[in-house]
Design a binder for this molecule. Structure first.
Ligand SMILES: [Mn+2]
Length: 319
């Protein structure tokens, strides 16, 4: 991790001086962005601050059993009313639209581990070598000798597990395991989180995965394994776009493949591409995402394009 001594001190000062604080989670929230803002909400509330969490989408349903907190839609909040705004994880999925509308006096903070973030803020805690935004928040809390309660530990663990694929991805560093061990000592229940979030697949999710796996094709020339999900597929299974999340990771477990791509239709003619690979496969999928105006990590990235999906012999094309 980078040395954030100065940034951590500044963040601590910002928190100390702020009474009303807004936390911001990214659109289509995952375990990391949710775990980050929930942990910060728990901590800041204990300091008697007034804290809201803003997100363009509701709290993911799989987290409902792990928290009582909820997310507010930003348009329903008076954004001029906060002393500080802290955005956590994938800060360019929603927060970039809010940032320019904030008053000059509002202190802005971003905490992220995505490499190609271009927006800036008063305090920038950005480290692409960290597994998750939750890992960075853990480092912040420990650096300031802040007591990590059982709830905070649980929320941080949700993010670490989510972004490391339950310690399966190559970002599972020795530091991640040290942090996780400490979070468990502080009361985070590994099995409870796994049960609530990962081992808790609805039938609708499995049906959608069935369609995705049925349609998967391998291109032997480049080792790409790819599949598509149409809006009709999602509707037919009574699934949600949240359920598409892990398809690309599972496709990557097929022997002989080098990287995976899931194309899924979203509203208004948008097609979302999710790319995944594994460290040992030696492919940098973020380069592909960049070609389509997207971004992300070497092993997990995405893009959005307008168009239609057309079937070909070795996969699908966007036309
Ligand atoms: Mn993350």
């Amino acid at each position: 991790m980078k040395n954030f001594t100065t940034e951590f001190k500044t963040l601590s000062y910002v928190i100390q001086k702020s009474q009303r604080i807004l936390l911001f989670a990214h659109s289509g929230p995952d375990g990391d962005t949710a775990g980050s803002v929930l942990a910060m909400k728990e901590y800041l509330t204990s300091l008697k601050k007034t804290v809201d969490i803003a997100c363009n989408d509701p709290l993911p349903t799989f987290l409902e059993s792990l928290t009582d907190y909820t997310f507010e839609i930003p348009t329903k909040l008076d954004l001029k009313n906060y002393d500080a705004v802290i955005a956590c994880d994938s800060v360019e999925r929603g927060f970039q639209a809010i940032l320019p509308t904030l008053p000059e006096k509002t202190a802005t903070v971003i905490i992220d581990h995505h490499p190609d973030i271009t927006i800036s803020a008063d305090v920038v805690i950005l480290d692409a070598t960290s597994s998750s935004a939750c890992e960075l928040i853990y480092e912040y809390l420990s650096s300031q000798n802040i007591h990590i309660t059982k709830n905070i530990a649980t929320y941080l663990m949700i993010g670490v597990l989510s972004d490391t694929g339950n310690f399966q991805h190559s970002n599972t560093s020795t530091r991640v395991l040290e942090i996780s061990s400490d979070l468990m000592k502080k009361g985070a229940s590994f099995s409870k989180i796994i049960q609530a979030s990962f081992a808790n697949k609805k039938l609708s999710t499995l049906k959608l995965w069935g369609i995705a796996f049925e349609k998967a094709k391998i291109n032997p020339k480049n080792g790409l394994i790819t599949t598509v999900l149409t809006q009709q597929d999602v509707e037919q299974c009574h699934a949600s776009t949240e359920d598409i999340g892990q398809v690309a990771s599972i496709l990557n477990t097929v022997p002989g493949t080098k990287f995976s791509l899931v194309l899924s239709e979203r509203d208004h003619g948008i097609i979302k591409g999710s790319l995944r690979s594994e460290q040992y496969k030696g492919v940098d999928v973020s380069q592909i995402a960049h070609l389509f105006g997207g971004g992300g990590h070497k092993l997990a990235s995405g893009f959005e394009v307008k168009g239609q999906i057309k079937e070909t012999e070795t996969g699908w094309e966007i036309v």
